[in-house]
Write a protein that binds this ligand. Structure first.
Ligand SMILES: Nc1c(NC[C@H](O)[C@H](O)[C@H](O)CO)[nH]c(=O)[nH]c1=O
Ligand SMILES: CC(=O)[C@@H](O)COP(=O)(O)O
Length: 157
């Protein structure tokens, strides 16, 4: 079943994020999409009590570099959750498959290697239109979904 609405969540079920620190790694590839994902994420974090001074942004060239960028922040040991934001869109070749596989496996590995959660906020779409629809369009904003996941994972106990 296709994505319904990525922006829907129950705010009453979330802990307040006022004491939490977040790192957000943002890919510069498809920046028109990743900037909208970032806006969705930071708006949701702030709406749930996070303080602007407790949110650190790090830009990386592409989604493949989200792994290294997330590890760079994780090793600082000062964040409660990391959100890795990217948008990979199918081109003419198999490169899409390799980038998507590498990023999903790499971020999975970070969640094993570190005790701080890294949230997979990466669109892996067939077309730009699909990405538009999932970054503030008819299917909502994956950045919202992932900010909610970050708050939940940062307050698991
Ligand atoms: N085609 C897309 C890329 N490709 C670039 C890679 O992510 C990487 O930066 C490069 O291979 C150098 O290591 N990245 C995206 O985020 N989205 C794409 O659609
Ligand atoms: C995901 C990619 O790397 C892809 O967009 C690059 O396009 P192409 O496969 O046409 O080289």
């Amino acid at each position: 079943m296709a994505t319904t609405n990525l922006s829907d969540y129950d705010k009453s079920a979330l802990n307040n994020a006022k004491d939490l620190k977040f790192g957000i790694v943002v890919s510069e590839w498809n920046s028109s999409i990743t900037e909208n994902l970032y806006k969705g994420a930071i708006t949701t974090l702030l709406d749930n009590g996070a303080l602007e001074e407790n949110i650190t942004r790090l830009n990386v060239p592409g989604s493949y570099e989200l792994i290294f960028g997330s590890k760079y922040l994780l090793k600082q040991g000062k964040f409660d959750a990391i959100i890795a934001i990217g948008c990979v869109i199918q081109g003419e070749t198999k490169h899409f498959d390799f980038v998507c596989e590498a990023v999903s496996q790499g971020i999975k590995d970070l969640n094993i290697q570190f005790d701080i959660p890294t949230i997979f906020c990466v669109l892996t779409d067939n077309t730009l239109q699909q990405s538009i629809e999932r970054s503030g369009g008819k299917h909502g904003n994956k950045g919202v979904e992932c900010a909610v996941a970050a708050i939940k994972m940062a307050t698991l106990a």
